[in-house]
Design a protein around this ligand. Structure first.
Ligand SMILES: Cc1cc2nc3c(=O)[nH]c(=O)nc-3n(C[C@H](O)[C@H](O)[C@H](O)COP(=O)(O)OP(=O)(O)OC[C@H]3O[C@@H](n4cnc5c(N)ncnc54)[C@H](O)[C@@H]3O)c2cc1C
Length: 294
């Protein structure tokens, strides 16, 4: 089926102000395009509303960067997934968790186009990069006609394909606070056929802040098992302030499964997904713990 956009309706603004002006002017007939790996296949399948006739390409806004300073790591929203996979910034613990997720996102070819901002703004419950970012307590900087504001990532996802972004707002930057030195993290993804283009059946990221074996705090992020990616807060709470051991990890894994609310779909049944949450969370917590001892 042919695409329903034509070149007259393709806009390539040169700065973020121009992009916001266009979005404000064109209203619900316009949509941001970054890598296009979500919206173009969806558009071709006829899934999007026909009121959308304008594409606003954000690849020329200078939003492709990764910067680290003493307090935070800032990632421009148009940074492609391959850049995250190979960046030296994500080679040290616990930030390796982001590279780990980037490395199992789709294929090299798609990763060269797909952006981190698109992965978050598409708000798929199985988006891979959402999970390490939730575990790392990331926030997003949003720019709109009234200026910029920051939203914690765990308040950003509102439902499948639905975020806290207003229609004329653009996700500009993702900010990861510098973590405690003795933190460690890991990401795991279960796929149906375990091929590169399979989306996750269940995906999980965990982060532990440990002093020796004492767990001072923990984060458990779950994907593909609810309407949005989310933090399993009850499960993480039972680890905090405790001496870590296998039994406690298994308990946290079971509570994570209880906190999940998966559905049956063509990739897996809800009950299988729940079982797999427990398995993946246990394995991921074990891996994060192991990394803290390396
Ligand atoms: C074959 C295939 C395999 C895939 N495999 C995976 C996978 O393994 N894991 C995974 O997580 N995803 C996967 N995806 C989905 C997709 O590649 C990712 O979600 C990707 O990160 C989307 O980024 P993009 O730049 O292409 O987004 P786009 O398609 O350009 O945009 C997606 C949505 O976000 C909006 N948007 C984009 N950037 C911004 C911004 N800065 N501000 C406001 N709105 C914005 C767009 O308007 C649109 O609604 C796959 C897709 C394909 C086609």
């Amino acid at each position: 089926m042919p695409l329903q956009y034509n070149l007259e309706n393709y806009h390539k603004p040169e700065d973020i102000g121009q992009a916001i002006d266009l979005l404000s002017k064109l209203g619900n007939t316009a949509q941001v395009i970054a890598g296009g790996t979500d919206i173009l296949p969806r558009r071709q399948s006829g899934a999007k509303s026909n009121t959308l006739t304008h594409l606003i390409d954000i690849s020329g806004l200078g939003l492709n960067y990764i910067r680290k300073n003493a307090d935070k790591i800032c990632i421009g929203a148009a940074t492609d997934i391959n850049c995250l996979a190979i960046s030296p910034v994500f080679r040290s613990s616990p930030y390796t968790v982001l590279a780990e997720a980037a490395n199992v996102h789709s294929t090299h070819t798609i990763r060269n186009r797909a952006t981190i901002g698109g992965n978050l703004c598409n708000a798929s419950p199985c988006a891979d990069l959402a999970l390490p970012l939730l575990a790392l307590s990331a926030a997003v900087v949003v720019a709109g006609s009234k200026g910029k504001h920051t939203i914690q990532l765990d308040s950003f996802f509102k439902g499948p394909n639905c975020t806290a972004l207003l229609p004329n707002e653009i996700l500009q930057e993702i900010v990861i606070p510098i973590q405690q030195e003795t933190s460690s993290a890991s990401f795991l993804k279960l796929r149906h056929h375990q091929t590169a283009i399979d989306m996750a059946v269940v995906n999980v990221a965990t982060l532990l802040f440990l002093k020796k074996n004492n767990c001072l705090s923990a984060k458990i992020a779950l994907g593909s098992v609810g309407p949005t990616s989310f933090l399993a807060k009850k499960a993480a709470a039972i680890l905090s302030g405790q001496t870590l051991n296998k039994k406690l990890i298994q308990q946290a894994a079971r509570i994570s499964a209880d906190e999940s609310a998966p559905i049956d779909d063509n990739r897996a049944t809800a009950s299988y997904r729940k079982e797999m949450v427990a398995v993946l969370v246990e394995n991921s917590l074990e891996k994060s713990w192991q990394r803290s001892r390396e």
